[in-house]
Write a protein that binds this ligand. Structure first.
Ligand code: CTP
Ligand code: CA
Length: 224
């Protein structure tokens, strides 16, 4: 097995990746979630492991799975659980990539019984979840920190604002504009932006190929 040999670009390095959606419970049988499949994060984990890294993959609910000697898959459900799991590893991490589509809001309270239908209108009070990536940027020591951005307008401008606000080393802009890119699709169209504002657009590719491109860019910039 190639990845067991020493001297690979990420041998001895620890990589942390978040993947998938999060589910925020409303009651025992319902939740707020999104259509993220988790595939991008799983592909990133495989590329990192094949480059020799010890990978911790923190994943929200996803039908993808992975079995690799160098990948430790940690399954979580909510944003809160993802936050706690990520922070239990972060101190010892060399490269962290947040590819998860974390819910921005969760129900303020979780009903302990299934909510019965009553009036014609019904609303749920929501409160913000913790921004995991923002907290990683705040607590950054020597980690190389990469985020994702999904924008529907002013893509580059908004991605650059996120990169700065979250104290990232780079951000991967995910474009939904092109046919075939994004949620539930096997392809992505990305632009890699680093903290020096170097901007590199890529063609529409499979998520496995996109994951390789992302690690090429990281390896060009990450110096232990
Ligand atoms: N992210 C996170 N925790 C959250 C929200 C987002 O770690 N609670 C991370 C995502 O994994 C992604 C990056 O932050 O790497 C950007 O996510 P995105 O949804 O594009 O941006 P937000 O900062 O949530 O802002 P908005 O949704 O308003 O555009
Ligand atoms: Ca968001």
């Amino acid at each position: 097995k190639d990845y067991l040999q020493k001297g690979l670009p990420l041998s001895g390095k620890k990589v942390l990746i978040t993947a998938g959606p999060t589910y925020e419970a409303i009651d025992p049988v319902r939740f707020i979630g999104n259509h993220a499949s988790g595939q991008m994060g799983y592909e990133l984990a495989k590329v990192a492991a094949n480059l020799g890294a010890q990978v911790t993959l923190v994943s929200g609910p996803s039908h993808f799975s992975v079995s690799h000697d160098l990948i430790d898959l940690r399954k979580v459900t909510s944003a809160e659980e993802m936050y706690n799991e990520v922070h239990s590893h972060y101190k010892h991490i060399d490269i962290a990539i947040c590819a998860a589509a974390v819910a921005d809001y969760r129900p303020k309270t979780v009903a302990d019984q299934k909510i019965k239908k009553k009036e014609a209108e019904f609303s749920i009070e929501l409160v913000k979840t913790k921004d995991i990536l923002l907290s990683l940027g705040d607590q950054k020591e020597n980690q190389f920190l990469v985020g994702f951005a999904l924008e529907t307008e002013n893509e580059l401008e908004n991605a650059k604002i996120k990169l700065k606000k979250k104290n990232l080393d780079a951000i991967v802009l995910n474009s939904l504009n092109d046919k075939g890119a994004g949620f539930g699709k096997p392809t992505n169209k990305i632009t890699f932006i680093d903290k020096n504002s170097s901007i590199k657009p890529f063609e529409l590719k499979t998520k496995a190929e996109v994951a390789k491109d992302i690690f090429d860019e990281i390896l060009n910039r990450y110096h232990a």
